[in-house]
Structure formats: C-alpha cells, structure tokens
Design a protein. Structure first.
Length: 327
C-alpha cells in the first residue's frame, strides 16, 4: 500500500495539567462498557458495518471516551477508511467535554499500512507533549484505528524513528488491549508498569525474557495483567508465543507465596510448536517475577488432576526454572 500523506491542523493551545501525579493519572479507561467491533467483520446484527467509535480524551485529561460515528467511505476501501478516521481524530467534536487526540500541536507527517500493521509517523514536536496527554492521545488513536479489520496493530514513529518511553525503551506495536481498563468504571487509579514476560525461542524449547510496558487500572492485580499479556502473545517477531491465545483466566490469587492460577480448558489445547515444559514455565517464570510469588499452582476449570500435553502433571506447584531461560 502506498504511503498516505496527511497534514493536520494546528492545535488550539491548552493548559497542561502539570500538577497531576503521573502514577495516579496514566488513565486509559473509558466510560463505556463495550468496545467497538472490527470494521468489515460480521458482528452484532443490529450494528451496521459502517458504524464505529471515535475515541477522544476527556476535557480533564484523566481518561478516554468514545463517540459513535458513521463512516462515509466504502468499508472495503481500507485506504479511505484510514484517512477518514484520521481526519476525525484531528477534529474536536462539537462537545467541549472531549478533545481530539490529533487536534493539537503535533503533526502527523505520514502513515502507511504494511501487512496488517499501521505505522503513524509524527514530527519531532510529538516528543514535547506532556507525558500524561501523550499516553491518552495514543490510547485514543490506537483504539480508534484498530477497529479496521485490516489493522491489527499500530506503531508510532517520531521523525521516522520508533517512539520510545521516558527510559528510552521502544514502545513497539500496540493493539487496543495494550491500554487496559475496567469497563464500566469511572476514573480510578492508573499506573504504568514494565512487566517481565517469558516467551519462547523459534524452536519452542527455551524461554526468552521480554520487557513490556503497559498502562493499567491498579484495581486489577499485577499477576492477572502479566498473565493476560503473556496469553496475548509477543508483539515482536524475535520471540514466539507459548499459550493458546483463546485461553481465559478464570481466577488468579496469591496466598502465602503461592500464585493460584485457574485457566479454562482452552489452555490444554496447544496450537504452537512448544514443549510442555516451555509452556508451563513461561507462566511460572513470568509470575515468579513478582516478589510475593515463589510458587505457582495451575488448575484447569478448578481441576488440578490434569496432565498438560500428556506430559506435565498440574497436581503440584511449580517454582521458577532458570535453566530453561536463554541469555
């Protein structure tokens, strides 16, 4: 697909709330209870294919909100749909309660869709945006654009180079799930954290440590966040997934140094070429990164009398395995 050049309007200047404490307001929650579906995919019969959500930052800059929007472009024309959504993201809505993420002083130089990844390239002024505002703007853009069926991930660049966080770590590809929230909740306490996850090597017989930064609602346990991210899989082609992405977490609790994880039956169906040991220890090592976790007990729908991949028994707890980790 050819690169599309899109120039954005100058932003109406606004006062940045510098007094806000970052650890408490890195918010990406929404006031709605459901996410919009993918454009071009069959879904709710009552929802037209051209109906989407445009995500905005609320006026207090403590979260993002969604507004219904009907596309005028042919939904089969991915180029046109992307251009239309970016146009909407650059225009402040009629209500003064919302702010469009691209209606500011930053400029989108160009964008292109490569395979199923949309790359947005901004000018250098992007780096001067207040950190809280930047995260909220980014969340709004990613959640809006990943509704397009052809857009699975979004990547940000600044001046042609990958976007990095305050520590210099590359942000990498993002999906709607990168920005975690509790549906239906008003603004609570949000934090940004760097997780240590263990994915597998190409041969599926060893683990590789990966760092991932996420913004999350602190009402959700860190262990659940980490396991959800592990199940979602890697966002780089340098490592490979270990767990069936259809796996659901029934419950996860920590008590007396043991993390009790109950997964649904999808966990027992392994679609990837990995050893049983690699899959199990990807979970165990990831969870044992937390200081309060020394051992992990895995059950399937409440049952621990299970042999995972007909090889490893889940009847007992597992401890961190350092020998399986590749340097």
């Amino acid at each position: 697909m050819n690169s599309n050049i899109f120039s954005l309007k100058n932003r109406i200047s606004k006062v940045i709330r510098g007094r806000m404490v970052l650890a408490l307001i890195l918010a990406v929650c929404m006031t709605m209870t459901a996410c919009a579906g993918k454009i071009g995919m069959s879904g709710d019969a009552e929802k037209a294919d051209n109906e989407v959500k445009i995500y905005y930052v609320n006026s207090s800059e403590t979260g993002i909100v969604a507004d219904d929007y009907t596309l005028t472009s042919d939904i089969k024309d991915t180029d046109a749909v992307i251009a239309e959504l970016i146009e909407q993201l650059s225009q402040n809505p009629d209500t003064f309660s919302y702010e469009a993420p691209l209606a500011g002083r930053i400029a989108l130089i160009d964008y292109k869709l490569t395979d199923d990844s949309l790359i947005l390239n901004f000018n250098e002024s992007y780096n001067s945006v207040d950190h809280v505002t930047e995260i909220l703007d980014r969340a709004a853009m990613v959640r809006t654009l990943t509704q397009i069926d052809a857009v699975k991930t979004v990547t940000f660049q600044v001046g042609g180079s990958p976007l990095t966080d305050a520590s210099g770590n590359v942000i990498g590809t993002m999906t709607a799930d990168t920005f975690i929230y509790n549906a239906g909740n008003e603004i609570n306490t949000y934090e940004k954290v760097t997780l240590t996850l263990y994915f597998t090597n190409e041969s599926g017989d060893g683990l590789i440590k990966v760092y991932r930064t996420v913004v999350f609602n602190s009402n959700i346990s860190m262990e659940r966040i980490a396991l959800e991210q592990l199940i979602a899989g890697p966002n780089t082609d340098e490592v490979y997934p270990t767990i069936n992405p259809a796996t659901s977490i029934n419950s996860i609790t920590v008590r007396d140094g043991i993390c009790y994880v109950d997964l649904d039956s999808a966990f027992t169906t392994e679609p990837y070429t990995v050893t049983a040991q690699t899959a199990i220890y990807s979970i165990v090592n990831t969870l044992c990164e937390f200081a309060e976790v020394n051992k992990v007990q895995i059950t399937v729908d409440g049952n621990k009398d299970v042999k995972f991949m007909d090889s490893l028994s889940l009847s007992s707890t597992y401890e961190r395995n350092l020998e399986i980790i590749e340097e």
